[in-house]
Design a protein around this ligand. Structure first.
Ligand code: 13P
Length: 256
């Protein structure tokens, strides 16, 4: 049995009005809001954080955000701080998602600032790493993942490290329906855990959860979640409907 509790996180991306987000959160809470076997996190857009937080209140489902700015306050038009997220009782934040790296030109150094600010503010970073199709085809997957992981975790102390969650999201598998094979995913997850061991020591590396993300669906989840180093999923498309998201939570609960 894995020493790590499985975690299923829904990344709703730029989807759902506040009313739609509340309806989805209500369905999730009524189905899995009392269970404690699997950690469940939903990450709505900023505009729905407050309304979804009210729905989650008193349940075991936790609130996450999709991004944060590293500065505490100031002239950063359009940005949101750690303290603002904490005020809604958000407990996690997705950082370094490939969509932010690609469309918003986020660098490892900038992502690292967010990781540090989040940890200092008691917000759990879900740090995303992953290679593009071209990088995989040219044989540089592990090098790319190593650069993103080490860059993103620079300056993170051993004390803070157990609060971090890593998400391995091969870019070519995101929203494409092309899921990584269990061998491909497990290989990179094991590699990430080895790197975490070098950074923080083996005991801590064994405690850090590494999620898989990229076209994870109820059909392919059981096999992925059964892998030794796959501790859960960061779910895009399948998190937008209660039925498929709940099936994924149940699939994680079924893994022994
Ligand atoms: P899909 O599950 O839609 O492929 O998205 C994965 C993802 O990017 C989660 O952050």
């Amino acid at each position: 049995m894995s020493p790590r509790k499985k975690l299923i996180a829904g990344n709703w991306k730029m989807n759902k009005t506040s009313a739609d987000a509340v309806a989805l959160a209500q369905e999730i809470v009524s189905a899995v809001g009392k269970q404690t076997e699997v950690d469940v996190v939903v990450c709505p857009p900023y505009t729905s954080l407050e309304s979804v937080a009210k729905v989650l209140d008193g349940s075991t489902v936790k609130l996450g955000a999709q991004n944060v700015h590293p500065e505490a306050s100031g002239a950063y038009t359009g940005e949101i701080s750690v303290a603002m997220l904490r005020a809604f009782f958000a407990s996690s934040v997705i950082l370094g998602h490939s969509e932010r790296r690609t469309y918003f030109k986020e660098t490892d150094a900038f992502i690292n600032q967010k990781v540090i600010a989040s940890l200092k503010g008691q917000l759990r970073p879900i740090l995303c790493v992953g290679e593009t199709l071209g990088e995989r085809e040219s044989g540089s997957t592990l090098r790319v993942v190593q650069t993103q992981l080490e860059g993103g975790l620079e300056g993170v102390s051993k004390d803070m490290a157990t609060s971090v969650v890593i998400a391995y999201e091969p870019v070519w598998a995101i929203g494409t329906g092309k899921v990584a094979t269990t061998e491909q995913a497990q290989e990179v997850h094991a590699f990430i855990r080895t790197l975490l061991g070098k950074l923080f020591g083996e005991t801590i590396a064994q405690k850090i959860r590494i999620l898989y993300g990229g076209s994870m669906k109820p059909q392919n989840a059981p096999e992925l979640l059964a892998q030794k180093d796959i501790d859960g999923g960061l779910i895009g498309g399948a998190s937008l409907e209660a039925r498929s998201f709940l099936d994924l939570v149940n699939a994680a609960a079924a893994v022994k």
